[in-house]
Design a binder for this molecule. Structure first.
Ligand code: ADP
Ligand code: MG
Length: 911
């Protein structure tokens, strides 16, 4: 049995109350700690419940069992807080029943009811699953309520068998169980929010590194906290000054009159680790590190102090944090003016972007609930903030600017949930290669390739924009106006025909539609007006006419949104601002969203207050307005769709056999520790284990075998023909090298081709694959690209010879949902070929879905699968068959995005 935790593997994770603990496997060095846990750590009653009696030797025996020399079949994990073992969970494989491990748990009394046991169990479940254990069993005393609670809330099904005084618990460790994942998510969310309270709702703050020099960072932040009217205590720390700004300064954090919840560090890089350690030892719960330019050693020292002392960390290289809740009112940032109180949560990676964003929001009049400049994101990330805003009760708009993702799959999962309640907008930074280079050097984090990002954003329902301006413009609409009907039919109204046409073009280019409007609406407008969408009211329109017309429009069933474009006119009977006044004298809140384009407006977007007190977003440009409407429509569409259901296979379809696949993968990686491309036969074994429809492929080592195999396969082949493909290790593209010969009808042909291969490829030739010819159909490419950070991405495209030329491809992150399957198929430019083109019958779409689903499972289950290329998969009305597959494997650490643990930033990774 393999264990997922090699002896040196340590992870950190949060308890229910937000405390950081360390989890690692127990080893011989932990013997004393285990004895102490079971003696000093536990009362006699706790020991009785744990060991079913009060044997004096029990703690010793437990330590002997857990900390002896490593034994196959035993997994033992310890939870540590400040170097003290506070809990332990272990499981040991039983002889009977099979695939079952006996589970045991112990938590120090002082640490009860904080989720230690649950956290340990989650990690043990993960390790056990990876070790092919399928059941946990445990004997518990009937009166052991704490343990029963833990199992009841775990999220896994629990079977109980009662005997006198005892309960035998059996837990099946099912894979990919959505209920369990949700339970884990929910615990993760609560722990995360609890851990962030010290950061975003601190009762007291210390600024460390406040120089006497006015204008220095520390001094500025201290001044802002004080002037901002922070509700709690605030202290300045400076080893040399006794007084700053007429108030006492303290030489160290230890010397403060009380322990602050939050410390803001503005000390030189070299001092950061020691100050962080001092804060941690004093009991500080969160750090904001403004200092930039930390070296690797300093980064490690900072991280170590934070994890060891259970402090959440923002930064380094942060601009600070702000919280506008009146009960807190914290302005601990040196970005600019204190943000106005409001409901937008803002998190940015780059400080400069943060300043720009806050400024634009302020101009627009959107207030901020909390602001965090994440900086180099060693710990607190966009993911944490999303969860905070989701729970804080007064954020209804989340604005993110991220250049890289710490754990994108976790982010996608969180974002997917949060976007159901509040819109999440982001600037897709680092789209271009040049941008990515900038991002990498800028924040010491490699931004991820954009194809994956787009997939991530789309799948998560995030509104991704291409600039800060576009972000603010979209936010302006989403914040103040209702969402349109998902159909996105826009009525464009203008008092100058040319502008109306431009606006209509902009709408269509943004993917919106312009419905036809009923002709009788024309009666409301002056003669010469046109109600063909775009509506041209003519410059002669009177304010009352425009108002009535808009009112009639919003009632039209065909209209989902209104875009009004007004040019100040100088006709004698319509004074310059009359049409605009007519617009503003109407309501801003209508049945459908309304946006204005005011061509004399100087700023790109601003709110105009309407008669009902509502805000009407007014843009200076038709493109911006159309884009904002399109974002709103996209969000409406996403919300209208039910939450994604994981892609499933029909009940009667052959299942995916994980064990067989595991043995192929392990077999290959044992023989080739450096990884590489699988040979044709192992490829077939692996893909067939997951039910992927590889055509019959027979291996022939020489001409004679090729001839015999071809004889047998010919009757399976289309028109009685076979294909012969030369193979040698390391081969890349067969056709280009002349290694593929199709449509061989006779034995003589097969023999001749084999002889030709021998001549052409010489000693390198390992043999050939013989396949029956597949009947012609649509050739697709189905593949997997594995991103170290993002995880597997499933690609679907036009295959065969056309694949590289046309590059018609779509991609989604695994695991795919049912909706992803449909979207991938319809988004292909070649979709008409699949759906039946020019009278041709459609191909078997269920077969396409099945191939995608199975490949997605394979990629999700095996992180070792770094690349797969099924090209072509030949699609016909009666099914799918793959005639060429290549798979590359690499050793990868087991990676479970659903496991609760804190991220390890690359910058602070040891050695
Ligand atoms: P490579 O992609 O390495 O050049 P393939 O095995 O994909 O080699 O073969 C190239 C092309 O030959 C395929 O795209 C397909 O059109 C055709 N082909 C290969 N094998 C078969 C087969 N068994 N039945 C029908 N067509 C085949
Ligand atoms: Mg091919």
């Amino acid at each position: 049995m393999s264990t997922v935790y090699p002896p040196h593997t340590t992870v950190e994770a949060l308890l229910a109350d937000g405390t950081t603990v360390e989890l690692r496997p127990l080893g011989p060095d932990d013997h004393r700690a285990v004895v102490r846990l079971h003696t000093e750590g536990m009362s006699e009653e706790s020991r009785r419940l744990r060991f079913f009696g009060v044997s004096r030797n029990a703690p010793q025996q437990a330590a002997d069992r857990l900390c002896g020399s490593p034994r196959t079949g035993l997994l033992a994990l310890g939870a540590w807080a400040e170097e003290e073992l506070i809990g332990e969970a272990d499981c040991e494989l039983l002889d009977e029943p099979p695939e079952t491990a006996e589970l045991a748990l112990a938590v120090a009394d002082r640490w009860h009811h904080r989720g230690v046991a649950t956290l340990l169990l989650e990690h043990l479940v993960h390790a056990a699953r990876a070790a092919e254990i399928r059941f946990f069993e445990a004997d518990t005393l009937f009166g052991n309520r704490a343990v029963h609670q833990v199992f009841a809330h775990l999220g896994l099904p629990v079977q109980r068998r009662y005997t006198q005084g005892e309960v035998r618990i059996r837990v099946p460790l099912e894979e990919s169980d959505e209920r369990y994942r949700s339970a884990v998510d929910e615990r993760g969310r609560r722990a995360d929010v609890a851990s962030l309270a010290a950061l975003l709702r601190p009762a007291s703050v210390a600024v460390v590194g406040v120089s006497r020099r006015a204008g220095s960072v520390g001094r500025t932040v201290l001044g802002k906290i004080r002037r901002g009217g922070f509700a709690g205590e605030v202290w300045a720390v400076n080893p040399h000054a006794r007084e700053i700004d007429g108030r006492p300064a303290y030489p160290s954090v230890r010397a403060l009159p009380a322990v602050p919840d939050l410390a803001v560090l503005a000390v030189p890089a070299g001092a950061v680790p020691a100050v962080a350690e001092e804060c941690g030892a004093a009991g500080v719960r969160a750090l904001v590190v403004l200092t930039s330019g930390l070296g690797a050693e300093e980064a490690r020292g900072l991280m170590w102090a934070c994890r060891r002392h259970s402090m959440r960390l923002v930064g380094p290289n942060s601009l600070g944090v702000a919280q506008t809740d009146p009960a807190v009112w914290l302005d601990a940032e040196f970005g600019g003016a204190f943000p106005r109180r409001g409901s937008a949560g803002v998190a940015v990676q780059s400080g400069g972007v943060g300043i720009a964003l806050l400024q634009r929001l302020a101009w627009l009049g959107i207030g901020v609930s909390s602001f965090v400049s994440l900086g180099d994101k060693y710990d607190v990330s966009g993911n944490d903030l999303l969860q905070w805003w989701e729970a804080d009760g007064h954020t209804d708009l989340a604005l993110l600017h991220l250049e890289s993702f710490g754990s994108p799959r976790a982010f996608a999962r969180t974002a997917r949930r949060v976007t159901r309640t509040i819109p999440v907008l982001t600037v897709d930074a680092g789209r271009s290669t040049a941008g990515r280079r900038g991002a990498a050097s800028h924040t010491a984090a490699a931004a991820t390739p954009t194809v994956t990002r787009e997939a991530l954003f789309r799948q998560a329902g995030i509104t991704a924009t291409r600039s800060i301006e576009e972000l603010v413009e979209a936010a302006a609409l989403l914040h103040a106006q209702p969402l349109p009907n998902p159909r996105g039919a826009v009525a464009v109204v203008s008092n100058a025909g040319g502008i109306g046409i431009l606006a209509a073009d902009a709408c269509v280019e943004a993917g919106l539609v312009l419905p036809e409007l009923p002709a009788e609406l024309g009666k409301l407008l002056p003669p010469g007006a046109s109600v063909r969408n775009p509506v041209d009211t003519t410059a002669a329109v009177r304010p009352t006419e425009l108002a009535l017309f808009l009112r009639a429009l919003e009632r039209e069933e065909a209209v989902d949104a209104i875009l009004v474009c007004l040019v100040p006119t100088a006709l004698s009977d319509t004074p310059v601002q009359e049409p605009v006044r007519a617009l503003l004298e109407g309501p801003a809140r209508r049945r459908v969203p309304i946006a204005a384009v005011l061509l004399d407006q100087q700023v790109p977007v601003r709110y105009r207050t309407c008669a009902d007190g509502g805000s009407l977003p007014a843009y200076s440009d038709t493109l911006s307005a159309a884009r904002a409407l399109a974002h709103a429509r996209d969000r409406a569409r996403w919300l209208a769709e039910p939450p994604p259901e994981p892609a499933v296979l029909p009940a009667d379809a052959p299942p995916c056999d994980r064990r067989v696949a595991r043995s192929v993968v392990d077999g290959y990686l044992t023989a080739h520790p450096e990884g590489g491309w699988l040979d044709p036969l192992s490829t077939a074994d692996l893909l067939e284990a997951y039910g992927l429809p590889l055509t019959t492929s027979v291996w022939a080592r020489d001409e004679h075998m090729a001839s015999v195999s071809a004889g047998g396969l010919r009757r399976l082949g289309h028109e009685g023909k076979v294909a012969l493909k030369a193979y040698w290790p390391g081969q890349v593209h067969k056709s280009a090298a002349g290694a593929v010969r199709t449509g061989l009808a006779t034995d003589a042909e097969v023999r001749a081709v084999y002889r030709e291969f021998t001549h052409r490829f010489g000693a390198g030739l390992a043999g050939a694959v013989v396949q029956p010819m597949a009947a012609p159909g649509v050739e697709l490419l189905v593949g997997v690209v594995q991103d170290q950070v993002f995880g597997p991405l499933i690609v679907l495209g036009l295959g065969g010879a056309a694949a590289d030329v046309l590059a018609d491809r779509v991609a989604r992150l695994a695991p795919l949902s049912e909706r992803d399957l449909s979207a991938m198929i319809t988004e292909l430019r070649s979709a008409p070929l699949l759906l039946g083109n020019g009278g041709a019958p459609p191909v078997d779409l269920a077969a396409v879905r099945s191939v995608l689903t199975r490949l997605s499972r394979l990629a999700d289950d095996f992180p070792e699968l770094v690349e797969a290329d099924l090209n072509p998969v030949i699609l016909r009305p009666d099914g799918a068959v793959c005639v060429d597959a290549r798979v590359r494997l690499e050793r990868r650490p087991s990676f479970d995005p659903y496991l609760r643990r804190l991220r390890r930033p690359a910058a602070a990774e040891g050695e």
